[in-house]
Design a protein around this ligand. Structure first.
Ligand SMILES: *Cc1c(COP(=O)(O)O)cnc(C)c1O
Length: 386
């Protein structure tokens, strides 16, 4: 049997062991030590922000982002239906309800559908956007940069500004994606809206095992997020806490891994591009397949995850996944749509046609940054033989 080819696994080819050993031997393993602040500074510098706030997952970072944005009980937040559920659950943690919006061909939120909801189903009361059906205050737009593809931020920012919504960027899949021209030239995914969040889960482009980071264009939001992540402790000695906080801290051990991973990020992105090109050149337009592209006119995407699109009905999604599995190759469908999940079935959902189509026809292919050219060829050969 040929070696197993996983979907997306970590790549520890750098100074991970050295930095982790340093943390164990001479520093702290928990939340003290120099590595957390060091990783925050290194990530802030990489994405071009004055400050970054470490947390113990992308999910907790998104919860903090919602709280920093003032999302609270009874509010509504526009959110994508085609995404990982961790992008949406934090809206509920904050006591608010998502209103689901479909995607455009970037797989990210369709700005036209977001605008249509605001224009047709809501009204302004002063500077507040009110959902006319529920009476709820629509407070924010939560945008996910799906698979490392930049969402259409110029259009989404216009919607946010027009209707006085905070724009929360879920950049958990898009560390390293940036604009090369246009109004946001040089700006990284996660740094354009009011607040942005990265993830360092095991399958992301860099990993700390588990972890996340928050950045914000409002310095006080970042400070508030830091405060909430550390139990909202108001003083160090007497244990006074000025609101309900959380233990959302990253550990020194995880930050040690993160520092070593960040040093390799640009190289990882080169690998992501090389294997994506290999899949595209071999499969796009062949045997009923397309390899979905990324926005490249004005952005440099990190190309984190690859999507094989089953174009003409010749192949069925789950049969392709099974055929790959039989050859020791891991693949998966794109996420089940969130508005169809148990706890979100009653929420409003609009503009779903493309999300349904992509859900039905995408197979995600192996994309690890240590995937070799030969392994990639093995995946291609199996697909071409179907
Ligand atoms: C991975 C991911 C998250 C959550 O990140 P964790 O670090 O796993 O908590 C949130 N949103 C999206 C779109 C993700 O892919």
């Amino acid at each position: 049997m040929a070696d197993f080819i996983p979907l997306s696994v970590p790549n520890f080819a750098g100074r991970e062991k050295e930095y982790v050993n340093d943390a164990v031997v001479s520093e702290w393993v928990s939340t003290g030590g120099s590595k957390v602040a060091g990783f925050e500074e290194a990530l802030a510098e990489y994405v071009g922000m004055p400050r970054a706030v470490a947390c113990n997952s992308g999910t907790s970072g998104l919860h903090l982002a919602c709280l920093a944005a003032g999302v609270g009980r009874g509010d509504e937040v526009l959110a994508p239906t085609l995404t990982f559920i961790a992008a949406v659950n934090p809206i509920r943690y904050a006591g608010a309800e998502p209103v689901f919006i479909g995607c455009d061909d970037s797989l990210c939120m369709d700005p036209a559908e977001a605008e249509a909801f605001c224009a047709a189903r809501c009204h302004m009361e002063g500077d507040r956007l009110i959902d006319s059906a529920t009476g709820a205050h629509v407070k924010a737009l939560l945008v996910v940069h799906v698979f490392g593809n930049m969402a259409d931020l110029p259009a989404l920012m216009r919607v946010a500004q027009k209707y006085h919504l905070a724009l929360i960027e879920d950049a958990t899949e898009a560390l390293g994606t940036y604009y090369t021209c246009g109004p946001y030239a040089g700006r990284m995914a996660g740094t354009i809206g009011d607040v942005g969040v990265y993830s360092f889960n095991g399958n992301k482009i860099i990993t700390t095992g588990a972890g996340g980071m928050l950045v914000s264009n409002h310095p006080d939001w970042a400070e508030h997020a830091k405060h909430l992540s550390t139990q909202a402790k108001a003083d160090e000695l007497q244990f006074y806490h000025d609101e309900v906080g959380y233990n959302y801290r990253l550990t020194n051990l995880q930050a040690a891994l993160g520092l070593a991973q960040l040093e390799q990020l640009e190289g990882f992105i080169e690998n992501k591009w090389a294997r994506w090109r290999q899949y595209r050149d071999a499969l796009d337009g062949k045997n009923g397949y397309r390899i979905l592209g990324f926005r490249e006119e004005c952005t440099r995407p990190n190309k984190w995850f690859y999507s094989l699109y089953l174009e003409d009905g010749r192949h069925e999604r789950d049969a392709v996944i099974e055929a790959l599995k039989a050859k020791a190759i891991q693949a998966r469908p794109v996420w089940a749509l969130i508005h169809e999940q148990a706890d979100y079935g009653k929420n409003q959902a609009y503009g779903l046609e493309k999300a349904r189509d992509y859900r039905a026809k995408i197979v995600n292919l192996p994309c690890s940054t240590n995937l070799t050219e030969a392994d990639c060829q093995r995946v291609i050969d199996v697909l071409l033989a179907l």
